[in-house]
Design a protein around this ligand. Structure first.
Ligand SMILES: Nc1ncnc2c1ncn2[C@@H]1O[C@H](COP(=O)(O)OP(=O)(O)OP(=O)(O)O)[C@@H](O)[C@H]1O
Ligand SMILES: C[C@H](N)[C@H](N)CCCCCC(=O)O
Ligand SMILES: [Mg+2]
Length: 203
């Protein structure tokens, strides 16, 4: 199976989680739409130490740090769903989205549609700031209503047991990892958390 890492918003930790997942599965990594620099692919390359993982070229490398639909417009490009094809590889693939599920890639389509088109199972990264229960349950409601395949949740950052409990209850999804706020993010910490993720991983 291949995975689509999405989150309840932008700057939620998708890139860090993608690096951990890529390391845990010795998977390949692909960020189909990069909007803004530095590129997430370069960051994941720095954090992954196994030598099986390959890093695929973005389909769109936009310099503008904005929603992909706006970044593309500023750069006189048009993003269409038909532009995206899974890289043909003999390995599992971790695909990182851009922002949250309903981030527009053009005037009609949203980034989450890539998950269905490319048959990817979703991993939802959720933070636990005040207000995040609502953001997480709205995202879950959208994914459920639209019959997306979801592998599970990853809680990222400072914990909040009451929030985690009610999110688990209402989603019914497994928690694959609780990743605390890290003081240091490097190959070693990513490798440590990859081992922790493997303990909860199920096929
Ligand atoms: N658990 C954590 N501990 C410490 N720092 C973190 C943690 N998770 C994320 N960060 C930091 O927060 C920032 C945003 O995280 P990240 O780049 O992974 O977000 P993102 O969801 O991938 O954003 P985008 O939508 O732009 O792809 C980064 O500087 C990252 O290092
Ligand atoms: C620039 C940022 N870091 C991401 N690449 C794109 C985030 C788009 C968010 C759009 C939105 O939800 O308002
Ligand atoms: Mg990212």
């Amino acid at each position: 199976m291949n995975y689509f890492v999405t989150a309840i918003g932008t700057d939620s930790g998708k890139t860090l989680v993608s690096a951990i997942l890529t390391e845990a599965l010795k998977a390949d990594y692909w960020k189909p739409i990069q909007a803004g620099l530095p590129a997430d692919t370069d960051r994941v390359k720095e954090l992954v130490k196994n030598n099986k993982s390959r890093f695929h070229q973005e389909t769109f490398q936009l310099k503008t740090p904005a929603s992909p639909h706006a970044a593309a417009q500023f750069e006189h490009l048009e993003i269409e769903l038909t532009d995206f094809m899974l890289p043909g590889v003999n390995n599992r693939l971790v695909v990182e989205g851009a922002g949250g599920v309903l981030v527009p890639i053009n005037q009609q389509n949203f980034v989450i549609e890539l998950a269905r088109q490319l048959d990817l199972e979703i991993i939802l990264v959720a933070n636990l700031y005040l207000g995040s229960i609502n953001h997480t349950l709205l995202t879950a409601d959208f994914l459920k209503r639209n019959n997306y395949k979801v592998k599970g949740l990853i809680f990222n950052g400072e914990s909040n047991p009451e929030s985690e409990q009610i999110i688990e209850k209402h989603t019914g999804w497994p928690v694959l990892l609780r990743l605390p706020k890290l003081g240091l993010i490097n190959e070693e910490t990513v490798s440590y958390w990859a081992e922790q993720l493997k303990m909860n991983w199920y096929e």
